[in-house]
Design a protein around this ligand. Structure first.
Ligand SMILES: NC(=O)c1ccc[n+]([C@@H]2O[C@H](COP(=O)([O-])OP(=O)(O)OC[C@H]3O[C@@H](n4cnc5c(N)ncnc54)[C@H](O)[C@@H]3O)[C@@H](O)[C@H]2O)c1
Length: 254
């Protein structure tokens, strides 16, 4: 049986770890040729190796998605390697400074916004330009449950950036709705990745609170975000655009 992304070309930023890696693997499993973009050469190459082990096709492109030149090059390299760009998962992001709002420095704020928000916009800028040439495509941006509700644990810049990703997603979805380009976001709950493991240790009492607040009694796994992202990129979601898909084990339902 043909995979749900057969003959499609996909690009995943932050593909060298966590949610991005799981999604690159899932996309390749569904038949896509995948460009794994990451700042980390080691992580990115390892993902490509894992895709190869499951007999998929992937290529690593080193890209820092806080740099417009790097993003432009990443999209160009994707098209040069595989001829087009059908699905883009703008996922690279960071957790933020772990300080309360009045303790943030302007540099803390700018660092978070540069990656989590401006980076997503710049990726979309070049991806959409390519998709307009091809008359279609699907984009998924990584927001968060922190794009929907706030947090009292010193991550206000992160929360602001993830809310903004949702606003950007909705507006862009409207702009390109009649160009056959669908633009959605995914809002993960607490997913067991290296980023979260670090935060659970860094913020006092956070690990206990997170565990207690999980209605399903456990954290999510990266594969549980990869599957909805594959669906959002596939033709199965052809009428879904401009939405933020929450995958959080009912955390925000509380
Ligand atoms: N894990 C969670 O619980 C959770 C929840 C909600 C949202 N998210 C979001 O999911 C996304 C992925 O998070 P994760 O938990 O998989 O993290 P992770 O730390 O496991 O992976 C992030 C990847 O992004 C790469 N990266 C970082 N900065 C980059 C840059 N400037 N350019 C290119 N690549 C860069 C890293 O090298 C790494 O491979 C992030 O946007 C994060 O905010 C995560």
């Amino acid at each position: 049986m043909a995979g749900r992304l057969q003959n499609k070309v996909a690009l995943v930023t932050g593909g060298g770890s966590g949610i991005g890696r799981a999604t690159a693997l899932a996309m390749a499993h569904e038949g896509a040729k995948v460009v794994v973009a990451d700042m980390s050469v080691e992580g990115g190459e390892e993902t490509v190796q894992l895709v190869a082990e499951q007999r998929g096709v992937a290529k690593f492109v080193r890209a820092d998605v806080t740099s417009e030149e790097a993003i432009k090059g990443m999209v160009q390299e994707t098209v040069a390697a595989f001829g087009r760009l059908d699905c883009a998962f703008n996922n690279a992001g960071m957790g933020g400074a772990g300080k309360r709002t009045h303790e943030h420095t302007e540099a803390d704020w700018d660092r978070t916004m540069a990656l989590n928000l401006t980076g997503v916009w710049l990726c979309m800028k070049y991806e959409i330009a390519q998709m307009l040439k091809q008359c279609g495509g699907a984009i998924v941006n990584t927001s968060s449950i922190r794009g929907v509700v706030g947090l009292d644990s010193g991550l206000s810049a992160y929360v602001a950036s993830k809310h903004a990703v949702l606003g950007l997603t909705k507006s862009a979805a409207l702009e390109y709705a009649n160009h056959n380009i669908r633009i959605n976001a995914v809002c993960p709950g607490v997913i067991e990745t290296p980023m979260v493991t670090k935060a659970l240790v860094a913020i006092d009492g956070y690990a206990e609170r997170v565990q207690i607040m999980q209605p399903v009694g456990r954290l999510g796994q990266p594969e549980e975000i990869a599957k909805p992202v594959v669906w959002l990129c596939s033709d199965a979601s052809s009428y879904v655009t401009g939405t933020g898909l929450i995958a959080d084990g009912a955390w925000t339902a509380q």
